[in-house]
Every structure is written in C-alpha cells, then in structure tokens.
Design a protein around this ligand. Structure first.
Ligand code: ACO
Length: 331
C-alpha cells in the first residue's frame, strides 16, 4: 500500500494590533531607525498589549486556518503549538487554544524547539498523519517574544515581535504535500541563546526575589551558526529527496535577520529573490515566522499548486530543521 500524501490544506494568521516602529524604539534604548534597518532589515514589529495573551492569538490563527481548510473545528484531532514563549508552563498553550477554539475532539500539546518549532512540527504532523492515526492536525506557531525581552538591552529588544500563524495538515492529492524533512540539534550551543532564569531552574531559595527572565543572546555566534546551518540542512534535505536546488521556487526561512538569509543565499549560490523575507513588518516572531511568511505568500498569490518550496528554521537549543513541500493549498 502506498503512503498517503499529506500537506497543508488551510492557513491562517493573527497579529496584535499594536505596531512599534524603529523610531518608537529610539526613545526606549540608545538606537536608531537607520541602525536597525541596515543591520537587521526590521522596520516595525507587533507587540501584544496587556490583557491579550498568546492563546488569544493562537486560537484566532487556528480558527482562520480551519476555515481556510473548509473543515469544521470538530474535525481537528490534534493541536500542536510550536512556541518558545508559552503563556504558562502548565497548562500547555495548546490546551488553552483548544479551549478557546472549542476544539473538543483534539488532543493538544506544546512543542518546544524555539524558533525551529514549526519545522519540527511539520515533520511530526506528517509522521502522525501518514501512520493513519489522525486525519487533521492543526499546527500553530505562536510567540509572545516581547514578554521575554529585556527592554533595556538594545542588542536584543529591537529584534523581536509577537504573532501567530497556523496551518491545517491533512490528506492532499497524491504526489503533493510534505515530501521530507531534515531536523537537528546541538545542545553544546545551548548558552548562545537562552532565557536562563526560567522554568525549574528557579530554585526555591530564589522565590520572592526579582528574577530576570529575559532573552540573553550571543548575537555574533548565533549569526555565524545560522549562516552555516541554513545551507547545511537544505543540502541534506535535497540529498535525501533527490531534488535539485534549481527546482525550488522559494525558500521560506525563519525571519531573524535579513543579513542572515542573504548570506545563506550567497553560500547556496542562489538569488536573494528566492529567499522570502517579511522581517521588515514583523521582526523575529520565533516559531510563528515561517507560517506567517507562508500565509503572506498564499494571500499574495505567490504560491502555485505543485510549486516546490523549502521551509528552514534555526534557533535556541541550538536547533535547526527544514521541510521540502510540494504546495497543495491554493486560495
Ligand atoms: N542600535 C545601535 N547600535 C547597536 C544596537 C542597536 N540596536 N545593537 C547593537 N549595537 C551596537 C553594538 O553595541 C556594537 O557597538 P560597539 O562596536 O560600540 O561595541 C555595534 O552595534 C556592533 O555590534 P554587533 O553585535 O557587531 O552588531 P551586528 O551587526 O553583528 O548585529 C545582531 C547584531 C543584529 C544582533 C546580529 O548579530 C544578529 O542578528 N545575530 C543573530 C541574531 C539572531 O538570529 N537571533 C535569533 C535567532 S533564533 C531565534 O530566533 C530565537
């Protein structure tokens, strides 16, 4: 019996209304609009306001994805939320989203692979669906990065933004959909990018203290890691799949810095135009950045059924991952 084809059948996104421009940040830290644009490509980002939470964004993105897939919420049998900035440690953000969506038939869990979470989620969903145990999996990338940002650290606070985007993954026409994935991790680089005082690392003797739960990053080393790992995982993915780089219409990378994706394009020997970028509008939205970019492409009519695309993520852990997808969804 041949393996069934599974792929993206619906897509949605949800962003906070509040826009913070680079100019706005000039009054927060010692920075300039020019520095941020030139060094990162970011112009503005969305920020969750008090009273709004990650699960609100995730649930809205999920509802939109389900409606785009033309199915009912009861047909979702699993919700996976890829996030590195969960609303709470317990319960999972996926359970909060499930409750807000009324997706009562769905199992739900969070996937923590930082900014690589969406690419991990695609492979996990694909394996679960191919085994026949599930029919429709809702994979949401959702981040409240600005809640973990040190607003006095100019080398990190200008980079991040909030947002959520979701895909429904289910059976698609034979030959279309998710073809293969390449995932990896290297815990030796765990201290390059971390939120050190979080989770069970906070011991009881520290309870009651003011705890600094903000993102700490060695920007230069993360930059080098990303430029090395993007071409490496893409090459490994293509080798596994027997597909040539020339056959790829678009590469949708995690949006962390435009200079990272352009340097990776140069290393791969491909045009910058193949590397999708929406970082100017949203900054680094972690695990949400790839589905948010896919949502933009689908809505702009830049994806045709049958196009071969690659999604590629990297982030804390260190982690990385890529997926080869023959596009199945069209608006
Ligand atoms: N405004 C003005 N000056 C700044 C700012 C700022 N916002 N931030 C840093 N600078 C200064 C530095 O202090 C430094 O000044 P100095 O020379 O007087 O010491 C100077 O700019 C150059 O600093 P660099 O760190 O060399 O700047 P660089 O061009 O490398 O850019 C950046 C820094 C943007 C952080 C870059 O290293 C980067 O993008 N790294 C990767 C980040 C990343 O991808 N993170 C997330 C990945 S995974 C995930 O998403 C969780």
């Amino acid at each position: 019996m041949s393996k069934k084809s599974v792929g993206i059948t619906g897509i949605g996104a949800s962003l906070p209304k509040k826009i913070v421009t680079n100019k706005d940040l000039e009054s927060v830290v010692d920075t300039t609009d020019e520095w941020i644009r030139k060094r990162t490509g970011i112009e503005e980002r969305r920020v969750l306001e008090v009273g709004q939470n990650l699960s609100d964004l995730g649930a809205q993105a999920g509802k939109d994805a389900i409606s785009s897939a033309n199915i009912s919420v009861d047909e979702i049998d699993m919700i996976i939320v890829a996030t590195g900035s969960p609303e709470l440690i317990w319960p999972s953000t996926a359970c909060l989203v499930q409750q807000k969506m009324g997706a009562n038939s769905a199992a739900a869990f969070d996937l923590q692979a930082a900014c690589t979470g969406f690419t991990y989620g695609i492979d996990i969903a694909c394996q679960l669906l191919s085994s026949g145990g599930y029919k429709n999996i809702l994979l949401i990338g959702a981040e409240a990065m600005t809640r973990y940002v040190d607003w006095s650290d100019r080398s990190t606070c200008v980079l991040f933004g909030d947002g959520a985007a979701a895909v429904v993954i289910g059976e698609v026409e034979e030959g279309l959909g998710i073809i293969s994935s390449d995932l990896g991790a290297d815990g030796n680089g765990s201290d390059l990018l971390e939120i050190p005082n979080s989770g069970s690392a906070i011991t009881h003797d520290k309870l009651g203290d003011v705890i600094d739960q903000t993102i700490k990053m060695n920007g230069a080393d993360v930059f080098k890691f990303a430029v090395r790992v993007i071409p490496a995982t893409i090459e490994s993915l293509l080798n596994k799949s027997g597909v040539m780089l020339e056959d790829i219409s678009l590469i949708v990378p995690h949006q962390a810095n435009k200079r990272i994706t352009y340097s990776a394009a140069e290393k791969l020997g491909i045009s910058k135009e193949v590397m999708v970028s929406n970082i100017s509008k949203y900054g680094n939205t972690g695990a949400a950045s790839i589905p948010l970019a896919l949502f933009g492409l689908e809505n702009e009519g830049r994806l045709e059924k049958g196009d071969l695309i690659i999604t590629v993520g990297f982030g804390a852990g260190l982690t990385w991952g890529s997926n080869l997808i023959k596009w199945s969804k069209t608006s």
